[in-house]
Design a protein around this ligand. Structure first.
Ligand code: ATP
Length: 475
């Protein structure tokens, strides 16, 4: 079942159950506290918070998401992408826990011929919040094996916005991949064997004092209770397509194949190379989707996240032995894999690639200038029996060769050494201090005589002509 088909089934199912299906919002988060849209609920926050009335009390969407928090997991776990799609159904003061649980169970277990995903009930596991006996009873009513319903505490199974407002228990749904993937005992025992696919949040409380999850204060029950659910489309896809991870699904894998062709290496032969292939495929897609929503590489905010994703692609390909530009080969492949779901990629592709390929050229020049210097610094450190590249070398790389410190840190780590970051920061601060002193000195040496005439003019009284002389109004 293709990824786009899995999304379609989800939206069709909830449309049939009277949900208004809306298109994905932009990846540029409408919420000023996050750079990117990180979950399906983000565009619905005003409805969930009761600040606006939803256009319809039941809604569903397939939302594009970017989570940079998960970047270190990419390629190493089977289930974390920087870009992914979250399908979700929402109720704003309409249906609540019982229906949300019923819908999820029915859609997951409904046979494929009847529009469902056909997952075997014995493969499904649930976690529920400590106090939420109600949810456990509802899962049992649906026919879930009581042994497959586990209990988790505040940290994992209670949702809040992080501030005063709505909150409530969650129930997460997991798929058991089988004994060959880890130990028995449900998601509590092994989250790599049991893969979390869907999180149901039952927002029924008003909370405040949310300093930490363990000492929040429940003010009372909300008048309008909400349902907010999110399922990982790529996670469902990898399980339903019988693949090993999200990077091998139909919308991502073609980029791995393109990277194989470019590098001459085969995916699936070497564990380290495989991580690189997966990072490349994930980051190319994330960069494409982020850029298509209007972000361009820069040194701040979203642009900086994008710059780092693009650079990681280039560097991962270098580690696979490719030193020529790679994005002109990889971007079109990713676009081809995604355009069935996002036809608008065709409208933005020309501008996106112009910016992306330009960024790669600039970065390749930076790498050309600095890589040998870094290699020498690493060798020097190793020969001296040290584990650390000196702060002075890191500073020279930054100052003379335009190597950002993050790049030095990452490239040094790849060669098994650290960087004296404290010394680097000290030298940077010294340099800033020197620059400031120079600027001050220049200001004091400047010829200020030009201001003397100006001051003399101001010393004379000026007649205000605004009301009588229109030419003096500057209109
Ligand atoms: P995990 O603990 O596995 O990282 P999570 O608890 O952070 O997941 P939620 O915030 O509950 O996940 O998101 C809802 C669903 O979105 C998850 O059940 C999962 O299927 C999917 N999801 C979350 N993060 C990612 C990601 N980085 N890549 C792919 N899918 C994701």
């Amino acid at each position: 079942m293709r990824t786009s088909e899995i999304a379609k089934r989800y939206l069709d199912y909830f449309e049939k159950h009277d949900h208004l299906v809306v298109p994905s919002a932009s990846l540029i988060s409408p919420n000023p506290t996050t750079l990117f849209t990180i979950a399906g609920m983000v565009p619905f926050i005003p409805y969930l918070m009761g600040e606006q009335t939803a256009p319809y009390p039941r809604m569903a969407s397939n939302q594009k998401c970017v989570r940079t928090l998960d970047i270190d997991e990419v390629g190493k776990t089977t289930r974390h992408g920087t870009f992914f799609q979250m399908i979700g159904n929402f109720s704003f003061g309409d249906y609540f826990k019982e229906e949300a649980i019923h819908y999820a169970w029915e859609l997951l277990t409904l046979p494929v011929e009847q529009g469902g995903y056909g997952l075997a009930p014995e493969k499904l596991w649930m976690t529920t919040f400590t106090d939420d006996e109600e949810a456990r009873a509802m899962w049992r009513n649906e026919g879930v094996d009581p042994e497959h319903i586990q209990i988790m505490g505040m940290e994992d199974n209670f949702w809040t916005t992080g501030g005063p407002g709505p909150g409530g228990p969650c129930s997460e749904i997991y798929v058991d991949r089988g004994p060959e993937y880890g130990v028995e005992g449900g998601p509590i025992a092994d989250e790599n064997r049991y893969i979390e696919i869907w999180d149901l949040v039952f927002e029924n409380y008003e909370v405040d004092n949310v300093k930490s999850k363990t000492d929040l204060h429940i003010v009372g029950e909300l008048e309008n209770k909400n349902i907010d659910t999110g399922a990982g489309l790529e996670r469902l896809a990898y399980l339903l397509q019988g693949k090993q991870n999200i990077y091998e699904t139909d919308e991502v894998y073609p980029v791995i194949e393109a990277a194989e062709r470019l590098s001459g290496h085969k995916y699936g032969k070497d564990a380290d190379a495989d991580v690189r292939f997966r990072v490349v495929a994930d980051h190319v897609r994330s960069a494409l989707m982020i850029m298509s929503d209007g972000v361009r590489p820069s040194n701040v905010g979203r642009g900086y996240v994008l710059r780092r994703l693009l650079r990681r692609v280039v560097r991962s390909m270098r580690m696979l032995g490719v030193t020529d530009p790679v994005l002109p080969s990889l971007f079109p492949v990713s676009k081809a894999a995604m355009e069935a779901s996002y036809p608008e990629l065709n409208d933005t592709f020309h501008d996106v690639t112009e910016a992306a390929y330009g960024e790669e050229d600039t970065f390749l020049r930076t790498l050309e200038n600095g890589t040998t210097i870094l290699d020498v610094a690493v060798r020097k450190a190793k020969e001296a029996g040290e584990e650390t590249v000196s702060g002075k070398d890191a500073f020279t790389l930054h100052d003379t060769y335009g190597f950002p410190i993050e790049l030095t840190l990452e490239m040094a780590a790849e060669q098994g050494v650290k960087v004296d970051e404290a010394k680097f920061r000290e030298l940077m601060a010294e340099q800033k201090g020197r620059a400031r002193a120079d600027a001050l000195k220049k200001r004091h040496n400047v010829d200020l005589s030009v201001y003397d005439d100006f001051k003399k003019t101001l010393a004379k009284p000026i007649d205000f002509l605004g009301y009588t002389d229109f030419s003096a109004r500057g209109t």
